[in-house]
Structure formats: C-alpha cells, structure tokens
Design a protein around this ligand. Structure first.
Ligand SMILES: [Fe+2]
Ligand SMILES: [Fe+2]
Length: 259
C-alpha cells in the first residue's frame, strides 16, 4: 500500500496545488490513501467548511491539524460532523473532535491515523509520548497499519518520537516547520520516518508569509501584520510504501515540486 502524506497546506495557493498534483499522483503512481495537514489551509489560519469541501474534491482522504486548529470557527462544526478530520490527540482539557481516526482505503484495508502535537516551544499540552503509547495500544487491536502526524517545532522531539514508535507504527511524519527535511528513511524496526514534510503553499515566501514583511520584522524588531504570500506554489510531501501483511514500511519517497 502506498500512502501520500502532504505537508501543511497554506492558503488558496496551497489548495490549488492539491488540485494540480493529488489526482495525478493518486492515479498515476497508485496511491491508496492521501493524508494532508490542513492547519493553515484557510489563508494561513485553521480550516473552513469551504476549504474542507475543496480539498476533499481535490482527492484528500483524511486531514490532520496542529497549533492552528482553532484558527477558523468552522472547525468546531467540521470536527463534530466529519470523521475524516482529526486534531492533536494530546491537546489539554476537554476540546471538540478526536485525535485518532480509522479510514478504509478503496480496497477496504483499514488504516489508523493519529495526530499529535509537540511540547517544546509550543503551547502547553499533554505528553505526546504518553498519548502515542495509548493510541497505539487502542489502534493495534483494530488495524495493522498506523500512521502518525507529529506536529512539532524541534527536530530532537520529532526524531525521539520516530524512535519511540519504531516497530509499533508504519510511519511517523513531522509537520509544522514548513521546511522539508531530507532525512526520510526506514528506522531499524521498520517504521517509515521524516522529520518534516514541508509546506504546500506559496513558494516565494517565508514559511508561507509575505517575505518583505517578515524581513522588516527581523530588521526592526517591530511587530508587523503578517500577510500570506502570493505567486507560484510548491507541493511538499512523502509517499510511504507499507507492506500490508506486516505493517512495516518498505520505501519512502520525498516529494518537493515547484510549480
Ligand atoms: Fe503549519
Ligand atoms: Fe503548526
């Protein structure tokens, strides 16, 4: 089975990139399941109903989120009504939605997906490691293939999660930094891993934002109103090939496509 995981979709430009590439990849390279991180799909902040509908029609099967989960108010209704959108499992307190989903591929194979958020340089949350352990225990009774989106800032925490879950899940991919790392690999016990998928959004930008505004902020230290960048897009992701019998990853392919 081949699972395409797409890094943080940013704004209209990111959503357009899904229309340009997901179908071709899905049918041209035999992808069985498409997972996308949608935390910035609404103009950089959160996800709207319209964005959800668009990205579904572009071919995404399941959405994960992150620290921008609550950035657009539609998300409350979306989390209530849709089974294919999950938010970080280890958010503190009683919040809407779920952090775990089981989706069936077109050929009827169930895949468990877990969304976690990091603790280092992020807002307070419960331990992602303890949450991962509980999620794996729960899902292992139902599915052979488990995919984890770990939405975190620092590389050390992400690599630690990869090794912590090595041999227990099929793949761990990182999101949030918007810069793709070149370390996609198979860990010693068979888990596919990449520290960050990168961003699907405006290519000529600083993490999706207008570059001049961010540079001005660094030059002056004065607060600036962020704006989403325009221009051409980029598509970032990774395809994990998973052995359906064992649940082990057999190949990883990084994707970074400039328009
Ligand atoms: Fe993001
Ligand atoms: Fe984020």
């Amino acid at each position: 089975m081949r699972i395409l995981c797409i890094g943080d979709v940013v704004s209209r430009i990111g959503r357009d990139m899904l229309f340009k590439y997901v179908d071709d990849l899905k049918y041209g390279t035999n992808i069985d399941l498409v997972i996308a991180n949608a935390e910035n799909s609404n103009h950089g902040r959160g996800m709207t109903r319209r964005g959800y509908d668009e990205m579904k029609s572009a071919g995404v099967d399941l959405f994960t989120l992150g620290n921008h989960t609550w950035g657009a108010k539609d998300i409350i209704d979306i989390l209530d009504s849709e089974d294919d959108v999950i938010r970080p499992l280890n958010f503190p307190g009683a919040v809407p939605g779920r952090g775990i989903a089981v989706v069936n591929t077109a050929s009827g194979i169930p895949v468990g997906v877990v969304n976690l958020i990091g603790q280092t340089n992020m807002a307070p949350c419960n331990s992602p490691f303890e949450a991962a352990q509980r999620a794996v225990k729960e899902l292992s009774e139902k599915v052979r293939i488990i995919i984890v989106d770990f939405h975190a800032e620092v590389t050390s925490e992400k690599v630690a999660m990869g090794y912590f879950l090595d041999g227990k899940v099929s793949a761990v991919f990182g999101t949030h930094t918007h810069i793709q790392t070149s370390d996609s690999k198979i860990l010693p016990n068979g888990t596919g891993y990449i520290t960050d998928l990168g961003m699907t959004g405006p290519a000529d930008s600083i993490l999706g934002m207008n570059k001049n505004i961010i540079i001005k902020r660094f030059l002056t230290g004065m607060p600036q109103k962020f704006e989403i960048a325009g221009g051409k897009g980029q598509f970032c992701g990774c395809v994990f090939t998973i052995d359906e019998e064992t649940g082990r990853c057999t190949n990883t392919e990084r994707l970074l496509i400039y328009e």
